[in-house]
Ligand binder design. Structure first.
Ligand code: KG4
Ligand code: ZN
Length: 336
């Protein structure tokens, strides 16, 4: 089966083609980073308008790279939420138009399920059941994955997402947008033990996170300094990154042990962070837990993961109706 995937939930216009037996044939991403950089964050209206401008070109490019035409596509997968409504509507409307014209079945895919499935695009595969830590600009969640379509939320952030904290800290330090990679880059030259930023562990027996405290601590620390020499900036980045990674790794491994799981999957944009990958791996080994990190190419938003998630959906049903709509907020509900 050949699946064409379309993703436009935030600031990436992406299209991919997955051959469910032969693997990924194309994965094209147009990033809007340059467009939003001058505002220090994603401007929703500009994002929607840019998706409109690029979506056809990116889709054509994906089909061309895969060496197929639209007539050969067996199913269309499109992100339907959560995300920016205006941006999602561009992808969904475009996907519906293609589906209608060529009479191709279409399925709506949850963006978080896409991230949760992205690990299957790599060579190192997890075994069910496992615990997945998804850390991105919009999510910080721990999900128990018992099967390809069996997801249970066991913990999530109570305030900022981990990526959001990286982005906000970068902004207050005057670093280039997007913040995560900027902070990570500077952190490589800094001392992670220079400043003891707080490690918020809300509740001893739950698996929730909180990142607004560490963000405020960085803001207060910066305000207290008269001036910040370049080396100090690197130390702040390294110390902040260490605090965030420490909390993520500690809680994730604690949750895995408590759930009796021996495998942990790392996904989402922040999963591209080298320090997080190595800390989770190292401490995982110490606790007898196998850690599988999503390949770097599929951590940040892409349409390949939307195709991968749809592969399982297409096994259950032929498609969604043309009434398919978008949603802005996460739909995963916490375990009772
Ligand atoms: O998954 P993603 O592309 O979009 C969302 O679904 O939100 O994740 C984007 C987030 C941003 O907050 C970005 O700053 C962060 O991932 N990010 C990183 C790194 N690369 C991207 N954060 C920390 N270290 C990185 N290397
Ligand atoms: Zn994402």
């Amino acid at each position: 089966m050949l699946i064409l995937g379309i993703e436009s939930s935030c600031d990436e216009t992406a299209a991919a083609v997955l051959d469910t037996t032969g693997g990924l044939l194309a994965n094209i991403i147009h990033s809007q980073v340059a467009l939003h950089a001058q505002y220090g964050g994603v401007v929703p209206e500009l994002a929607s308008r840019d998706h409109i401008k690029w979506i056809q070109r990116i889709t054509h490019q994906a089909l061309a790279e895969a060496g197929i035409t639209l007539d050969e596509v067996d199913g269309i997968a499109v992100t339907r939420g959560p995300g920016l409504v205006g941006s999602l509507l561009v992808g969904l409307s475009f996907a519906k138009a293609l589906a209608l014209v060529k009479n191709i079945p279409i399925v709506g895919v949850d963006h978080l399920v896409g991230h949760l499935t992205s690990v299957f695009l790599g060579d190192e595969l997890p075994h069910f059941p496992y615990l997945a830590l998804t850390v991105s600009g919009g999510h910080t969640s721990l999900v128990l994955v018992k099967g390809p379509r069996d997801f249970t939320l066991v913990g999530c952030t109570l305030d900022d997402a981990a990526g959001e904290a990286f982005d906000k800290v970068a902004k207050l330090l005057g670093l280039e947008y997007p913040g995560g990679p900027s902070v990570a880059r500077l952190a490589t030259d800094g001392d992670p033990g220079a400043v003891a930023f707080p490690r918020a562990m809300p509740g001893k027996d739950n698996f929730d996170f909180s990142f607004s405290g560490v963000k405020t601590a960085v803001a207060n620390y910066v305000r207290e300094q008269r001036e910040l020499p370049g080396t100090m900036l690197a130390d702040i980045c390294a110390s902040f990154q260490e605090a965030v990674c420490d909390v993520l790794v500690t809680k994730t491994l604690r949750a895995a042990v408590s759930e009796g799981l021996t495998e942990v999957v790392l996904a989402g944009g922040v999963a591209a962070n080298t320090r997080l990958r190595e800390m989770l791996r190292r401490r995982g080994v110490e606790q007898g837990i196998r850690v599988i990190a999503t390949p770097l190419a599929f951590c940040t938003d892409n349409a390949a993961m939307i195709c991968m998630a749809a592969k399982e959906i297409f096994m259950e049903k032929t498609g969604d109706s043309m009434n398919l709509d978008v949603y802005s907020r996460p739909v995963f509900t916490r375990r009772a």
